[in-house]
Every structure is written in C-alpha cells, then in structure tokens.
Design a protein around this ligand. Structure first.
Ligand code: NAD
Ligand code: MG
Length: 302
C-alpha cells in the first residue's frame, strides 16, 4: 500500500514475468571484465527506480565490484542514506564514474578505489583507503567475482584456475581480515555466492567451487563473528543480466537463452536484488546471521 495525500491507495501490481526483457537476448561479447554501459539491453540497476526510505542512514559501506551488475546495489545503499566506497578493476572506470555520480547525487560520500583484487597488498590498501575516506566501515559487501566458461577440464589453465581462486576466495579472506579491526558490533558482512554453489554447471568447474566456498565461509564466519556482534550473510543469485556473463562467463547459447529455464522465464536484473542487500545490512534484520538468501526467479538453490 502507498500513502498519498493522506489516503491509502493500492500499490500497482506488476507481473514479474513481463517486467523486464525476456530471452532470446542478443548475442554479444566484450573483453573481460566488460562494461554495463555497453550491454544490449542495458541492465537495470535501479538508477531511475530505486526509492530509499532511510534504512541505512549514516552507515559506511565498502562494495567490491560496485561499478556494475549486482554490486550496483551501491545506488540503493546511497538512496538509503549510506556513504559508499566501491572497488572495481581499473578498466571499469566508466561504469564506476556513473555509480559515483549517482551516490553523490544523493548527497552521500562516494569513494572510487580501482585496483586488482588478486593482489593481497591491494586488498589491504583498499580497506584502509575506504576507512580513511568514509571515516570508518560497518558494511562489507564482498561481491566481486570471476567467472570464465570452459567446455572441458583441459581448457582450464592453471593461470585461469588461480585467477578465479584469487578473486573469489582469497580476496574476500584478505579484505574481511583487514576490515575486522574496524568493524564494531552491529556491523555486517554480505557475500555474493550463487546457485552454482549448489548445482554447478559443467562448464563452470573453477567458478562453481568458489561459490560453494563462499556459501561455506558465510556459515563459518557467521558463527565466529556472530559472537562478536557482527552478522555475516550471503546472497545466492540465479541468472542475472550483468557484464560477467558476456565477458567470458557464459557460452553464447546460454546468453541468448539466459533465464529461460526459470519459472519467470527471463534473466533477473540487478535492481531486483538490491533490496536484499539493503535488508541484510539494515538494523532490523538483526537476527539474520549465517544465512544464504536466494534470488533466482524460482529455480535453483537455496
Ligand atoms: P559484474 O561483472 O557486474 O561484477 C563483477 C565485478 O567483479 C566486476 O564489475 C569487477 O569490478 C569485479 N572484479 C572481477 N575481478 C576483479 C579483480 N581481479 N579486481 C577487481 N575487481 C574485479 O557481474 P555480476 O554478475 O554483478 O557479479 C557480481 C557477483 O555476482 C559475482 O560474485 C558473481 O559471481 C555473482 N553472481 C552473478 C550471477 C549472474 O548471473 N550475473 C549469478 C550468481 C552469482
Ligand atoms: Mg564491472
């Protein structure tokens, strides 16, 4: 229900099947890591639609991969009143600038901190820089990820396997460890895992196992840090329309039919997940700890 001019009016019902573009999607490829601004259709990250209601006023968030895709929940965070630092790979500066502009439009502090998460020294510097620009930290969203499709095990090089482990497993370890001394009780950590953690695709041998690891560390850290008053949760998306998929993450047949096997019959859009990241960070979710929240259009796990 919506309150307008002192009267209650019905919220508009929107059919979730029809809300966004449906497959077949245009086949397209970009060089890794890709830009949201060059995708067709452009993903919706809530730029024009997300409305805040003060749920994160005064909070200080660091979001990895905040330039595009699911990490653009950064926009929702700013509209809920949070100051936000985003990390991204240096070649994603264009996407990052757009997000930084949108955060600043809300009158919130924004920091753009480019760098390669596969480097431990950078991960530590990232946390320190976020703390110094924002004046502290109480939300860590470990969202950046590497996904590269490979049809056979022979095609998975040691370099690619290592890059996937560094980005998806080591970087969260380095970042969370560096952030811990700054996190007071009431702070939260949110990790992006995947339905791949539970039901891996054969072409995502390296990636899928990192997402199982992410799901697992959410549960171990939820126990370890819950005792210190820090909540740790994860989000497990299904197919979501982001640069990850078209910059090596999926074969073109999957891109073309992305999300067609879900009951809603289409890929999800990043904007449809932003409110989950807001909810998990919000103070009123104070009993949510060690949990994984799915958003997959009705297929997949959890
Ligand atoms: P995305 O491409 O928009 O975001 C991924 C981000 O990871 C990039 O923007 C980039 O900034 C960052 N990144 C990757 N390697 C990096 C490195 N070495 N250094 C610095 N930054 C690096 O795509 P997305 O789909 O929004 O991905 C966000 C998260 O969602 C990932 O963890 C991904 O595994 C997960 N996920 C996505 C889907 C999906 O269908 N899109 C499904 C399940 C889970
Ligand atoms: Mg990006």
């Amino acid at each position: 229900m919506d309150r307008q001019m002192g009267t209650l009016v019905s919220a508009v019902l929107v059919d979730p099947r029809e809300k966004y573009p449906k497959p077949p999607y245009k086949r397209q490829t970009q060089e890794w890591p890709g830009l949201a601004s060059k995708m067709e259709p452009k993903p919706d990250h809530g730029e024009t639609s997300y409305k805040g209601s003060g749920r994160l006023i005064g909070r200080k968030a660091l979001i990895t991969g905040g330039d595009s895709g699911i990490g653009r929940a950064a926009i929702a965070y700013a509209r809920e009143g949070a100051d936000v630092a985003i990390n991204y790979y240096p070649s994603e500066e264009d996407d990052a600038r757009e997000v930084i502009g949108l955060i600043q439009n809300e009158g919130r502090k924004a920091a753009g901190i480019p760098g390669d998460l596969r480097d431990e020294a950078f991960c530590k510097a990232l946390v320190n820089q976020a703390v110094s620009v924002l004046g502290g930290l109480d939300i860590i969203i470990s969202n950046a990820g590497r996904q590269q499709t490979a049809a056979s095990l022979e095609e998975v090089s040691t370099e690619e396997f290592d890059a996937t482990m560094k980005t998806n497993i080591y970087a969260p370890f380095w970042i969370i460890k560096a952030a811990l001394p700054h996190l007071q009780p009431g702070s939260v950590i949110i990790a992006t895992t995947s339905e791949q953690a539970y039901d891996p695709s054969p072409d995502l041998y390296a990636y899928a196992q990192t997402k199982a690891a992410t799901m697992n560390f959410v549960k171990s850290l939820g126990k370890m840090l819950g005792e210190k008053g820090i909540r740790v949760n994860g989000v497990a998306p299904g197919p979501v329309w982001t640069p990850l998929q078209i910059s090596g993450g999926s074969p073109m047949e999957r891109v073309e039919n992305f999300g067609s096997k879900t009951p809603l019959g289409r890929a999800g859009q990043p904007a449809e997940l932003a409110s989950i990241y807001v909810q998990l960070a919000a103070e009123d979710a104070s009993y949510a700890n060690g949990q994984i929240y799915g958003s997959s259009g009705g297929a997949g796990q959890p």
